[in-house]
Every structure is written in structure tokens, then in C-alpha cells.
Design a protein around this ligand. Structure first.
Ligand SMILES: CSCCC(=O)C(=O)COP(=O)(O)O
Ligand SMILES: [Mg+2]
Length: 229
């Protein structure tokens, strides 16, 4: 019996185009002024030091660090320090009303229904927890944060690592087979299944115009909307 639903965001509750065509370009454009204005903020400085260590760029070379962060955005790197900095940048975008977050109508309907039925809802995304809260706090349907019982990002590990789902299962404190993980990425579902979670593949035509069938689904149940779950 499913007690908990753990959901991905990009390609699952919300469109890939919102992330790739709105959020990432916004962070790319604002990266330079944000870093120059906030490099002395201890939380930002800590992230920049980590980026310096990983990239080999000197920690005092702001221009070089900005270049690395922008390149990582272009490469869609799921890197924790980049994600934390992106979250800080998006904060002003949401607060200024530069954009709101689209959540698919079927996802909205079912998240509300599951919550009303007593199913505990959690998020697991590569986006930082603050970025997840901003997204669900600024949707076209208003603030959806109260629907969720908890949030996980790559602080628990990468989304393709089995151990990440073991950490999440322990944190939620529910047997793994009573947690249903929803994602558009088969490799993430493979890792979750190996940790004992139930899985469903979101294969939305808006995000994946060529349906993934047979072997490509690797045994995960495939749906095109939350209403089919
Ligand atoms: C929290 S919104 C930003 C999404 C993001 O940065 C990202 O990389 C999406 O990853 P997901 O794990 O939700 O597919
Ligand atoms: Mg995804």
C-alpha cells in the first residue's frame, strides 16, 4: 500500500521547457551581477570556494568562477553548489514576479487529491531545497508548499544512486515498498527500484514527443499524466 509519494520536478510535475528555457537562462544572465554583489556573503562564499576546488579556478578569480558556473548551467550539471547559487538567483525572479512556476494541471489535481486522502507527499529534485520551495511556492495555482511533508535535494546523494533512496527511506521512516517514486528519468527509477521503492515513469508527450516504449521503460510502469497513476 502506498503511504508516501516522492516526486521529481522537471519533466514530472513541471515542464522541461520551464527549467531549460526560463530558469536556466535567467540564472545564466544574472550569474555575473549576482556573484559580484554577493561574493562576500558567507553562504555564497562557501559555495564559490567549493566550485574553485572542483574546477581548479583560483577562489579569488570571480570572472573565472562565473565562467565555470555558466558553463555548468549550459551542460545541465546537477552540481550541488551550482544548484544552491541558482536557487538564490531564482529567489529574486519569483519575488519580482519575473516568472511563476507552471505545474501540470493533472499533477496539481492529483497532488491535492493524494494530500486530501492522507498520502504524504515529498519532493526529490536536483534543484536545491530552497529552489524547490520557491517553485512550489509560486505556481500558477498559488502556494502549494503546504501539500508537501518534506523536501530532498542532492545533499542526500545523486538521483541515480541507490544509496540516495536508502537515505530518503530512512529519513521518511516508512518501509521502502510503501513509497512510490515518480520521475521522467529511467536511470533515477532504476536506482529507486533497487532500493526497494515502487516506481512510475512519467512520459509526458509535452516533454517526450517520441513515447518511450518496451525496453526503454526498463520494466517501470509508464504513464503520460498523474491521473493515470
Ligand atoms: C527546483 S527547480 C529547478 C530544477 C533544477 O534545477 C533541475 O536540475 C531539475 O532537476 P530534477 O531533478 O527536478 O529533474
Ligand atoms: Mg526530472
Amino acid at each position: 500500500m502506498t503511504q508516501v509519494i516522492l516526486t521529481d520536478i522537471e519533466g514530472t510535475t513541471s515542464s522541461i521547457t520551464f527549467v531549460k528555457d526560463v530558469l536556466f537562462p535567467y540564472a545564466h544572465q544574472a550569474m555575473d551581477p549576482f556573484i559580484r554583489a554577493n561574493a562576500q556573503d558567507p553562504q555564497v562564499r562557501e559555495r564559490l570556494d567549493a566550485v574553485a576546488l572542483e574546477s581548479g579556478v583560483p577562489a579569488d578569480d570571480l570572472t573565472g568562477l562565473i565562467e565555470v558556473l555558466r558553463r555548468w548551467i549550459d551542460e545541465d550539471r546537477k552540481q550541488g553548489d551550482l544548484k544552491a547559487i541558482q536557487g538564490r538567483i531564482w529567489e529574486s525572479g519569483y519575488r519580482n514576479g519575473d516568472f511563476t512556476a507552471p505545474v501540470y494541471d493533472d499533477a496539481l489535481e492529483m497532488l491535492r487529491q493524494w494530500h486530501a486522502e492522507g498520502v504524504a507527499l515529498y519532493v526529490y529534485s536536483s534543484g536545491s531545497v530552497p529552489a524547490q520551495k520557491l517553485l512550489f511556492g509560486h505556481t500558477q495555482a498559488g502556494d502549494l508548499q503546504p501539500l508537501f511533508s518534506g523536501w530532498f535535494d542532492t545533499d542526500v546523494g545523486g538521483k541515480r544512486e541507490v544509496s540516495s533512496y536508502q537515505v530518503i527511506t530512512s529519513a521518511i521512516d516508512v518501509p521502502a515498498n510503501e513509497i512510490l517514486f515518480l520521475s521522467d528519468i529511467v536511470a533515477e527509477l532504476d536506482a529507486a527500484r533497487e532500493a526497494g521503492l515502487d516506481t512510475v515513469l512519467l512520459d509526458r508527450p509535452q516533454d517526450y514527443p517520441t513515447p518511450r516504449t518496451g525496453e526503454q521503460c526498463n520494466g517501470h510502469r509508464r504513464v503520460t499524466a498523474f491521473t493515470e497513476i
